[in-house]
Design a protein around this ligand. Structure first.
Ligand code: KIV
Length: 302
């Protein structure tokens, strides 16, 4: 039996207290891997909560995974805010980060702060994420941090500017390109970012960079040396057509499950196997008789 007084609700597992910035930093210091997953709605948020993940990202990848856009470019702040609010309602303990969509922060520091404030006030996120480590993104990150909102940076493959990068392809594969990623990561750290995402860069480049970074780095396609890993919810659960990027490890095949489930339902309706009596509601026989009599009267009035 728990010795805690019954009126105090203390999680049995202290690690399930809401995740804070100092906790993330401490986990890095201890070398304990951080787990991050994307979520885009209430059920995906509940799944991350149940699994006890550390960080949840309402990624602009939701543009593709749940909104059906061909890339992340088109998604708007209002659209991501709807997804973010649903995720917020499903989360209690993970640290929640919202992506700033393309075009919502690059224009000026004022625009960046205003968008970040919207995600904080309207969706209740703990932090925002922005892409790239060029001078513009570093300035925007600094401005948002100075406004009091934690910022996660994102370097390497940055899908919002994938056209300029030549497509969805690994980055930092030459010494020059790797050195540019190093400068970007250090600039974002210096601007006050609490954490960084490394996406699709060689494992050896990530490993060489790690000793320079005091903040937690979360990798996706960046090898095992980073402080944690992130995967897109739909990729790891197989809720998609095709396999996706080489770095994706699939832990379920839910798209096949969903397709089979809907097909079985459709077949049952067409064959009149569904619904069965147990799916319906009953009515008292006398009430039914009275109703039939009332219907007969109604028919005569027609
Ligand atoms: O939008 C997203 O899902 C992301 C992750 C891949 C880090 O930015």
């Amino acid at each position: 039996m728990s010795s805690a007084p019954p009126h105090i609700s203390v999680p049995l597992d202290a690690s399930r207290l809401p995740v804070t910035l100092p906790m993330l930093q401490e986990r890095k210091r201890l070398g304990e891997p951080l787990v991050m997953v994307t979520a885009y709605d209430f059920p995906s948020a509940r799944a991350t909560e149940a699994a006890g993940v550390d960080l949840v990202l309402v990624g602009d990848s939701g543009a593709m995974t749940v909104l059906g856009y061909p890339s992340t470019i088109a998604v708007t702040t209002d659209e991501l805010l709807v997804l973010s609010r649903a995720v917020r309602r499903g989360l209690r303990t993970p640290f929640m980060i919202c992506d700033l969509p393309f075009g919502s922060y690059e224009g000026s520091d004022e625009q960046a702060v205003a968008t970040a404030v919207r995600f904080t006030k309207e969706a209740g996120c703990d932090a925002v994420k922005l892409e790239r480590g060029n001078a513009t993104s570093v300035a925007r990150a600094r401005a948002i941090v100075q406004a009091g909102i934690p910022v996660m940076g994102h370097v390497g493959l940055t899908p919002q500017t994938s056209t300029a990068l030549g497509g969805y392809r690994a980055q930092a594969r030459s010494s020059q390109a790797a050195a540019r990623i190093a400068r970007e990561a250090l600039a974002l750290q210096e601007a006050g970012c609490f954490s960084l995402v490394f996406e699709a860069i060689p494992a050896a480049v990530a490993a060489a960079l790690m000793p320079l970074l005091e903040i937690p780095v979360i990798g996706i396609g960046a090898g095992p040396a980073t402080d944690g890993q992130v995967l897109v919810f739909h990729d790891l659960l197989g809720i998609r057509e095709g396999r996706g990027a080489r770095f994706v490890q699939r832990y379920a095949d839910l798209q096949a499950e969903m397709d089979a489930g809907v097909a079985a339902y459709a077949a049952d309706v067409r064959a009149r196997r569904y619904p069965q009596p147990e799916h319906g509601y009953s009515i008292d026989e006398a009430e039914l008789e009275a109703f039939r009599a009332e219907l007969a009267r109604l028919r005569q009035e027609l």
